[in-house]
Design a protein around this ligand. Structure first.
Ligand code: ADP
Ligand code: MG
Length: 328
């Protein structure tokens, strides 16, 4: 099978872990990764595959509405698919691994070495810097921009001995410190969420945003003296659900917004954080209203309804601050 042609050359190593399962890629790099559904119950790779395929079909150039890139998903490999054996997939995993549902998709390439070093020198306790630099695990560096959270003073000086560049959470104060283009990040997130919500009718529940290398061959993203050339990606769609165009749907979107990790700016803050929320909201409104207008061209009433719902999301998010707490 062609999708396996570039992954069955080499053994797999684990590059990521979440609630749904583990993510693997070949040790020699490569452009493909495989997500195994071997995590907690109630998560569905089948759902992720459906949602991601829907998103992929909408992407003109591999990005979502001129915003974040989304990995292309290639194939859903079911537990009982003979390809686990005939295409020598299972052989590439460590001993003891069994076939399970798995999704084969484009691998997001990590932040380049210069950027990884900079993050370690700045944010890793000095006594473990060398160990972190030497640890192969940290090569797969994806950075999570947390525009909605700042580190507290004590935390920033902490001598916490745990440090990992895999899914490194870069808080807003660090984003500023590194002079990264946070207004553009906020707009990218807003474009992506508005398109998911109103064009594709998906709630965006639990999606992730990461800064990583741009897709090879595409000159996307930003140049930074600190973390190098990077682009924003959106991933992890297994908890996304369809959303109704109704007040109930609005509430579902608002709940997903507050329960997710703090990637997006949040309302009700001060100074630049509040401006950042305003920029996010403005972009979300514009993209949402564009969708409403194109819907309205065919059906005026439908267009007006959608317009009201887009605006309603942006009213409800500030109104529900502190109401929808993560995990409840
Ligand atoms: N396509 C990908 N390319 C590179 N790394 C990935 C990719 N998909 C997932 N990962 C890494 O693996 C981690 C777990 O994958 P994720 O899809 O979030 O699983 P879960 O649904 O279990 O949370 C991610 O946070 C990310 O670090
Ligand atoms: Mg995840």
């Amino acid at each position: 099978m062609e999708v396996f042609s570039n992954i069955h050359q080499d053994t797999f190593e684990r590059i990521g872990q979440g609630f749904c399962g583990t993510v693997w890629a070949t040790t020699r790099g490569g452009s493909t990764c495989i997500k195994r559904e071997d995590g907690g119950p109630g998560r569905s790779l089948n759902n992720e595959y459906q949602v991601q395929t829907l998103i992929n079909a909408w992407m003109a150039d591999g990005t979502l509405a001129g915003g974040p890139s989304v990995p292309s998903c290639h194939h859903l490999l079911e537990k009982d698919d003979p390809a686990w054996h005939t295409s020598r997939i299972l052989d590439r995993f460590p001993e003891g691994y069994e076939p399970c549902n798995a999704m084969i998709s484009e691998k997001i390439q990590p932040i380049a070495e210069q950027g990884r070093r900079e993050l370690i020198y700045r944010y890793c306790p000095p006594e473990i810097q060398q160990q972190i630099l030497d640890d192969r695990k940290n090569q797969h560096c994806l950075v999570r921009p947390y525009l909605g959270r700042r580190r507290r003073h004590a935390q920033s000086n902490s001598r916490c001995r745990f440090f990992s560049l895999r899914n490194y959470s870069l808080h807003m104060d660090q984003v500023e410190e590194l002079s990264l283009p946070f207004f553009e990040y906020a707009r990218f997130m807003a474009r992506a969420l508005a398109l998911l919500n109103w064009e594709l009718r998906i709630d965006g529940n639990d999606v992730e945003f990461v800064l990583a290398a741009p897709r090879p061959g595409q000159h996307l993203g930003w140049e930074s003296t600190h973390i190098g050339r990077h682009a924003m990606w959106m991933l992890d769609f297994d908890c996304c659900r369809p959303v109704m165009e109704s007040d109930e749907g609005v509430e579902q979107i608002v709940r997903a917004f507050w329960r997710n990790d703090p990637y997006c700016p949040r309302p009700g803050e001060m100074g630049v954080d509040e401006h950042l929320w305003e920029a996010f909201a403005e972009e979300y409104r514009q993209v949402g209203l564009e969708v409403a207008r194109s819907r309205g061209a065919a059906d005026v009433e439908e267009g007006q309804k959608l317009e009201r719902l887009v605006n309603r999301v942006l009213e409800r998010i500030p109104e529900t601050k502190g109401v929808y707490v993560k995990g409840y």
